[in-house]
Design a protein around this ligand. Structure first.
Ligand code: ACO
Ligand code: ZN
Length: 166
């Protein structure tokens, strides 16, 4: 039997981790935010702001927000939606399952602690790795948002209903 040891742990983010999270965000994504934006999400939705550590060092994060809005699955129904605002894994730690684990855990926590009924996110239509990750987890494209990003790139809005597996 082959046992694959995971070399990372998933943890709730702390205020002390924020500088590193902001650094990873700037290294990995063109969508950057002022520090207060990260702090606000951490203070309001701490159970849905997670980091992955390797040897104690933060190498990835996911941060989310709970919103009330129209369901992407039931006509004219208002539901609690878990918005995955941003996720990133440092390049040297990709393709080891960290992104998957962060997504699974943040969705589980949004359901458990904040009563999320659906999840959604936006992603560049050109971001094949992220789109593949979300599809693998059961997300579907629900609409295209033309010129959503500052550089003019379109976004897919992708959504998933909470099911018995999260
Ligand atoms: N090419 C194709 N598919 C990929 C790739 C790739 N380079 N990387 C991941 N995937 C898909 C695969 O289906 C993969 O499953 P597999 O390895 O069994 O084939 C699946 O995603 C899961 O891969 P993980 O190892 O769990 O994902 P990883 O830890 O590498 O993180 C992430 C994926 C977060 C997209 C990472 O590549 C990253 O940080 N990219 C830059 C930042 C980014 O684009 N973030 C998302 C923006 S949208 C938003 O934040 C809501
Ligand atoms: Zn968003």
């Amino acid at each position: 039997m082959v046992v694959v040891e995971r070399d990372f742990v998933i943890d709730e983010c702390s205020m002390e981790d924020l500088d590193r999270v902001i650094e990873i965000n700037r290294l990995c994504l063109p969508e950057n935010y002022p520090r207060y934006f990260f702090e606000d999400l951490l203070l309001r939705f701490p159970k849905a702001f997670l980091v992955a550590r390797v040897d104690g060092e933060v190498v990835a994060y996911v941060m989310c927000r709970i919103e009330l809005g129209f369901s992407d699955f039931s006509f004219m129904k208002i539901v609690k939606k878990g918005h995955i605002v941003s996720i990133a894994v440092l390049p040297e730690h990709r393709r080891k399952g960290i992104g998957t684990e962060l997504m699974i855990k943040c969705m589980e926590n949004m359901k458990k602690f904040y009563g999320a009924q659906e999840y959604y996110l936006e992603v560049r239509v050109t971001n094949v790795s992220a789109i593949n990750l979300y599809k693998k987890l059961g997300f579907k494209v629900v609409r295209v948002l033309p010129r959503y990003y500052r550089d003019g790139c379109d976004a897919f809005q992708m959504a998933k209903k909470v099911d018995k597996n999260g």
